[in-house]
Design a protein around this ligand. Sequence first.
Ligand code: ATP
Ligand code: MG
Length: 468
Amino acid sequence: MYSNTFGLETFSIEGIKQTEIKAMTNQDFEVKSLGECSVTSPLYNAYANTPMVDGLFVDNNDRILYDATLENFQKCLKEGIEPITFEKAGPREKIFFSPANTKAAIVTCGGLCPGINNVIRSVVNGLYYRYNVKNIVGIPYGYEGLIPEFGHTWVDLNPNVVKDIHLFGGSILGSSRGRQNIERMVDTLERNNINMLFTIGGDGTLSGNHVIQEEIERRGLKIATAGIPKTIDNDVNFIHKTFGFETAFTTAAPIIRDAHNEATGAFNGVAIVKLMGRDSGFIAANAALAMPDVNFVLVPESEFDLYGPNGFLEALKERLQVGRHAVVVVAEGAGQNLFDSDDSVVKDASGNVKHKDIGVLLKDTITKFFKDQEFEATVKYIDPSYIIRSEQANASDSIFCSSLAMNAVHGVMAGKTDFVVGRWNTHFTYLPIPTATSSRKKIDLNGELWWSVLENTGQPYSMKNDKK
Ligand code: ATP
Ligand code: MG
């Protein structure tokens, strides 16, 4: 009755722009499975004699609407099109893996982010207590731990080993960057009889998970792979928020408060705070809304000029003339167009382009600009990045990490593979990794989030000289 396409080009929600996503279909949201589920879940047995059993289990056909507006609902009805939906996460009554014969592995890769240890702890506890999977190993130092030559010794994980790890930031397993040989990693999984691999990491880790899964499939192995997306920047498409993001802007808020104190402490004081946000400025935008003493938020999504009548420096000068102090929050990926293009591109071990330091550029440029004009000003620069990303998860993220991890465990036990756990419209979801990593979630400059930022800061809509 329905045709199977529904264009997402014009959709925008919570400041999230989806323009790059052209006419995806529900096939793009189908999660792969290793096969039929014939084992009764231990959860069923645990609750069989309680009323809980009636509402606990999620059916594979339960789906969550992408666009929950009435307008969309009516449009779909009227035009006979099937709305885009995501698979609902949660425990299945029948599962694929028989717990007694199952061995799980957990690996963490990429940069640190608050909440990694909470996720590890909950994956271990979920497997151990809910599904009676007792054979769980931690792979140290990212994908390196799957290559024997590195000599990283695997760690046996159980509830006793992980009982206190949520009290610390970082990852008890350590992490690494740099590509590893896919065949050799799968050889290691096969040789060690691993049935399920949980990868906790960002876009690179998830891409790695996907190619590992392709090799697993090519060999016809029954190994499930699940990703728990770790991006402090909150830049994963189709996922309302990622873990660590909320802790990041919560930790940034008092730093902005202190920067404001510094700025007000000097005549024409300017305080610059650089926050994370390689390609998306969600942390900068949310931190500025949480501590609304900020006068300028500079994000990767919005290019700006430094000089010229409509450029940032003139706007800053105007602000100082009115308020005698200014707080600037800049995301690390903002203003990259301002660096000389013939500068050599620097990459990290995984091939990610390292951004030039926009914070230092702003500090030096602002200082010189005002000095040349003999305009008295004091500029202070604060870069709290490492303090933020190694912070312990806050209360809200701690709950969120546990739920993400538990839902990853439910999905894997049901034989789902090559998927990430997400959250959308107040439900936990499963998404195929290629879809989740197909493009980045970015701030919609014409959406509600950015509008709030403009309202709170008073900064101009555009600081480009050629604005329309
Ligand atoms: P962050 O967002 O913190 O940077 P990340 O997961 O993106 O986290 P990366 O260092 O980019 O961090 O990647 C993590 C690991 O995944 C690295 O070991 C990297 O080499 C590997 N990886 C990235 N992309 C691929 C890919 N396409 N195939 C195989 N491995 C990959
Ligand atoms: Mg990355």
